[in-house]
Design a protein around this ligand. Structure first.
Ligand SMILES: Cc1cc2nc3c(=O)[nH]c(=O)nc-3n(C[C@H](O)[C@H](O)[C@H](O)COP(=O)(O)OP(=O)(O)OC[C@H]3O[C@@H](n4cnc5c(N)ncnc54)[C@H](O)[C@@H]3O)c2cc1C
Length: 287
């Protein structure tokens, strides 16, 4: 069933943004194919953990995968996950089956499908290192795409708007539940030591330019840690994060991003590219 004017702020980790004009929660591939028979532009929300939604909302059909499309199970050494399965559920299934190799995702609060779209990664590993293939559905039907066909590189995939990752298969390695648990805990502790883990953020704001000291370090060197515009603030903990302490709008986040990007360009001569994905007519002003 398609709903109208559904508030998206509660579907994002930063907690800002307006409504989706149309919104549907398909729970099987058949339902997904059914809702994709539309003339509207189609967008997908995973866990909304790398997403900024326009304050006026999105003039599109926005999908949130549920049911079978958000479940995960193990088949031999393969973890088979719906595109909407959270990384936490995936890790739980892998751990219970004594499969290792997905622990790097323990600190990434997204979904299996969002991870494909972003080629998410941490601690030197990324989706493409464990992914076998993904079932991608669009208005023309369902196709299984290999890692090579998905064209994954640093926080990039070749997926086009309207293409929905409905299922993924990860190939993992034999381990033990205790070893998986210990590794995931160790990585989470490392994460807590350096990044804001209990604040409303959308993860990394900008990609790290190759050969640079990193977006966070450069923004910090511009003196912007703790800098506020409206209700949004550059994290005092890690400068490549924007926090919403309560009253931020997406426009505040964009203004902070524009300021950080301008200052880094002035000081380092580098053009930061945003990692966070925009939903609705959001854009950064030219430098
Ligand atoms: C505290 C915090 C820490 C983070 N740490 C990391 C990190 O270490 N490494 C890292 O890579 N990222 C990190 N992130 C960012 C984010 O968690 C990842 O990019 C994650 O993979 C996004 O998944 P999602 O399901 O939340 O996608 P969303 O944020 O909902 O969407 C992101 C993009 O993926 C698309 N998308 C989502 N689901 C699908 C689907 N099923 N099919 C097609 N497209 C889809 C959306 O349309 C959008 O373009 C962090 C975020 C937070 C808040």
């Amino acid at each position: 069933m398609v709903e109208e004017n559904v508030a998206l702020a509660r579907y994002t980790t930063i907690g800002t943004g307006g409504p989706a004009r149309r919104f549907a929660r398909p729970s099987t591939i058949e339902e997904l194919q059914e809702v994709l028979r539309t003339d509207d532009p189609v967008e997908v929300v995973g866990l909304g953990s790398n997403l900024l939604v326009h304050d006026d909302g999105v003039d599109a059909l926005v999908l949130k995968l549920e049911g079978e499309l958000a479940a995960a199970h193990v088949e031999g050494d393969l973890l088979v996950a719906g595109g909407g399965a959270t990384n936490a559920v995936c890790l739980h299934r892998a751990r219970a089956a004594g499969l290792g190799g997905f622990e790097f995702a323990s600190a990434i609060p997204g979904t299996a499908g969002g991870g494909v779209r972003m080629n998410a990664g941490a601690y030197g590993r990324e989706w493409k290192d464990v992914l076998v293939d993904a079932v991608v559905v669009d208005a023309d039907g369902a196709r299984t795409l290999t890692v090579a066909e998905l064209d994954l590189s640093y926080r990039h995939s070749g997926l086009r708007p309207g293409q929905v990752v409905a299922q993924v298969r990860f190939e993992l390695a034999r381990s033990t539940p205790d070893a998986v648990k210990a590794k995931a805990r160790e990585l989470l502790e490392q994460r807590k030591a350096t990044q804001p883990t209990n604040k409303r953020t959308f993860g990394s704001v900008f990609k790290n330019p190759a050969g640079s000291p990193g977006a966070g370090r450069m923004i910090e060197e511009c003196g912007l840690k703790g800098h506020r515009i409206g209700g949004a603030m550059i994290s005092p903990r890690h400068a490549n994060f924007i926090e919403n302490p309560g009253e931020a709008t997406s426009a505040d986040c964009i203004a902070l991003m524009a300021e950080a990007r301008r200052r880094v360009h002035e000081r380092f001569g580098l053009e930061l590219e945003h990692e966070v994905q925009f939903l609705g007519p959001l854009e950064l002003p030219p430098l």
